[in-house]
Design a binder for this molecule. Sequence first.
Ligand code: SAH
Length: 515
Amino acid sequence: MSGKGIVHLVGAGPGDPGLMTARALELIARADAILYDRLIPPGALDGARADCDLRYVGKEPGNAAMAQANIDALLVELGRSGLEVVRLKGGDPFVFGRGGEEAEALAAGGVAFEVVPGVTAGIAAPAYAGIPVTHRDAASAVAFVTGHEDPEKGSKDSASMQNPSRAESALDWDALARFPGTLVFYMGLKNLPLIAERLIDAGRDAREPVAVVRRGTHPDQETVTAPLEQIAQRVAAAGLRAPTITVVGAVAGLRDTLAWVERRPLHGRRIAVTRARAQTSGLAARLRALGAEVAETPAIRIEPRAVEGELARAVAEIAGYALVVLTSPNGAQLLFDALLASGLDARALAGVTVAAIGPGTARELERHGVRADVIPPRSIAESLAEELEGVEVEGRRVLIARASEARRVLPDALAARGAEVDVVALYDTVAEPLSDAQREALAAADAVTFTSSSTVRFLLEALGSDRTALDGARAVSIGPVTSATAREFGLEVATEATRHDIDGLVDALIEDAAR
Ligand code: SAH
């Protein structure tokens, strides 16, 4: 609790988690309580504190979890009790979000509040459909309109003109038809036939382009376009369901040339990522940026070893090794943790030749101020063994610091050349159980990625005897060792990366999607 109460009215954006603002994420991470709506992005609350009071107050069409008056009262009550409260809403809080009413209630109740604008669906959904809502040649104005109200209610001289508080509930169809620019309708799906009819009756061009965008900015976004006179029929035929944004205006025609979401190489692909949760985010973000829907189904978890016994000894004597080999980004990170824990730092490696398997491992070393001397062209142990042939190891000490379970290729190759090899475990790779939701996400996936033998082994272990969740997914492997493990366990490998690192895996997924 932070002393003086405040309520933040926060926009969470239209659905793509990447469109949440930095301010929104910061406040979610800090809040004592969060009251949230239905249309917030998936994972929007992931950053909330473990002890945060999370309350769902959304409104399903026709089935409100909590009436608006009660939400207003609850916000005032929580604010008064001294809490820092986030009121999280889809899109922007002040665009058809009833944020205005909530702010009024807070003002009347004497509770401090702050507004954090969000990316509103009326701009974002068209943008993701390749439609700019304004354009120098096609629209110099844009109107945001609610399509929720009964269109029978509105007319030029209705209450909306005299009574601004009713402005949302009675539309002036003549004015809308004459409006010199783009019309963007929120909440308008059910009324689409009437909206189109009213606009045409009031003089809007029946051939004007219209686009209806469903679940804009989500991976399963859908768009239907047609002239105004046909749009209702086409949307019905396509079976679109809410939530949708309807864009009426010449700009809707620009989609033909500007559609970009559908052109991304992994558009429409559902890809499961099985590597450790701590490592999924980078890969997942890249796949999402390429258009994929990513299911995070970590099969493994990294458990660092305590710095004691042979690990402590190896670290204390690290300057005495002629060669130190790191085989994964985790290993590189944990070696530095161990160095620091032992009162050492990068200088301990000053006279040591350092080898790294994989660009990610090399990057992790660089983050700690050490540039690897040897990086093999292919990110597998065999390639490193070859590459190290130029390094003098006979009679010298070599440290291979890596996972507890790993292949013997490298230690054997170096020992055969007369090196005195210490293989030390920095961490254990352990199984991560699969939740029912993850099992379902896996079953829906088009492709499942394996980035190491342990991801194969532990995923199959987590699935147990029922492997049907993998039936519809193409297995994509990072390299020959992982593929061999997959085959050993009876999995058919659809594609293997040519480069055995994350870039190579992403390329393999793109090629696989193009087939
Ligand atoms: N405050 C929100 C709007 C809330 S009203 C905002 O600024 O975006 C709810 C309506 O928003 C829905 O009926 C639908 O018309 C629209 N909407 C919200 N998210 C959407 C999405 N991802 N795609 C299409 N329309 C969306």
